[in-house]
Design a protein around this ligand. Structure first.
Ligand SMILES: O=C(O)CCC(=O)C(=O)O
Ligand SMILES: [Fe+2]
Length: 366
């Protein structure tokens, strides 16, 4: 039998790596190829626990996708942006504000960044069940590969990370995996994201911030590393540190839902996107993500049976567990508000703006 062929598409050539020395965050590198044995998982669980309760970000290597497979995925990721006409894009815009669902395009200029400036980033979001919606024509022949990639992200990256995080809380290792089904209802999805260079005027008005400091609202965010430096995390000492590109690695961080479930133990670290260093400024920045939420019906109350949390103590955002929001409520409220609401200046912190969602104060950082 001849080898199965994949559809031919244009190659996306990413920017070369920056030659500039940046103030990088020093993050742990977790080798998932060691997660196959009980002892390996026990070791990695300690590393993940330290990383998640300190920086809140870490790298993954050894996830089982080759550099060639990742290159092909980046070529696929560019298709919804470069191979679909503006007119066709309009037909697939996500009904975000009306429904709180994020599936489809977010076109440029939808979010308000600062000082009247709107964003220059296009997203195309695809639920892991690619048949939930229809897609632009150019993407249709690529859906089998996108499904395969979503499955890989779920089974070979998300689930192993969730097992390590459960072990870190001294819970049965499938505790968090059981809240993140593949066939269940949730908005765990693949995102392709393309940032375009901005005008000097927009850069000035926003002080070079492309996406304001924020926490992600789901449980785990999986970000396939790409060469354009722009992502920064807010370190404990209050300074912004750059995330360094590692070829074929993945950057992982926790979101609000994980912070709620872990009673504040696994931190939803604030991060932002800024203008790249001068030698990368004329390039577009193409990203691939797997954004994960718990199943829609999961109540975001602390996993209080964790022996670790019982020892070290934990935070409750809601006095009674039944008052904590369901995952579906939290994600819809955060998604429809993002970049659309008028934020109030924080009364306590100068560079912070706030909004209240489901009774919880959500902060945005400048
Ligand atoms: O583009 C990036 O590197 C990060 C984007 C991000 O933080 C987000 O979309 O939530
Ligand atoms: Fe984010």
């Amino acid at each position: 039998m001849p080898a199965p062929t994949v559809p031919q598409i244009l190659h996306y050539e990413p920017a070369p790596e920056t030659t500039q020395t940046l103030d990088y965050a020093d993050l742990a590198i977790i080798d998932l190829s060691k997660a196959d044995t009980v002892e390996g998982r026990a070791q990695l669980a300690v590393q993940v626990r330290d990383a998640m309760s300190n920086q809140g970000f870490f790298y993954i290597v050894g996830h089982g996708y080759s550099p060639e497979q990742m290159k092909r995925m980046f070529d696929i990721a560019d298709v919804p942006f470069s191979q679909v006409s503006d007119e066709e894009k309009q037909k697939y815009v996500a009904p975000t504000k009306q429904t709180g669902s994020y599936q489809g395009y977010k076109l440029r200029q939808y979010w308000h960044i600062d000082g009247g400036v709107r964003d220059q980033v296009e997203n195309y979001n695809i639920n892991r069940d690619v048949n939930k919606r229809t897609h632009p024509e150019a993407l249709r022949p690529l859906l089998p590969e996108i499904t395969q990639f979503a499955r890989h992200s779920h089974q070979n990256v998300l689930n192993p990370v969730l097992r390590l995080m459960a072990l870190g809380l001294e819970l049965p290792e499938d505790t968090l995996v059981n809240l993140h089904g593949w066939d269940t209802r949730s908005e765990t999805y693949v995102r392709f994201m393309k940032y375009y260079p901005r005008s000097a005027e927009d850069e000035e008005k926003t002080k070079n911030v492309w996406l304001k400091g924020h926490t992600d609202f789901g449980t785990v965010s999986i970000l396939y590393s790409q060469p354009v430096a722009a992502l920064q995390i807010l370190a404990r000492d209050g300074t912004w540190k750059w995330i360094k590109h590692i070829e074929n690695a993945i950057v992982v961080n926790a979101g609000d839902a994980m912070e709620f479930l872990s009673g504040g133990f696994y931190r939803a670290t604030i991060h932002r996107v800024v203008q790249p260093p001068p030698d990368q400024r004329q390039y577009t920045r193409l990203g691939i993500f797997y954004f994960c939420t718990a199943d829609d019906d999961v109540r975001l109350a602390p996993l209080a049976t964790s022996p670790l949390l019982q020892r070290v103590g934990f935070r409750r955002w809601f006095e009674k567990d039944e008052d904590a929001p369901l995952m579906v409520e939290w994600r819809k409220a955060r998604t429809s508000a993002y970049g659309q609401t008028t934020l109030a200046k924080s009364t306590e912190e100068d560079r912070v703006e706030e909004e209240v969602i489901n009774g919880v104060v959500v902060k945005h950082y400048n």
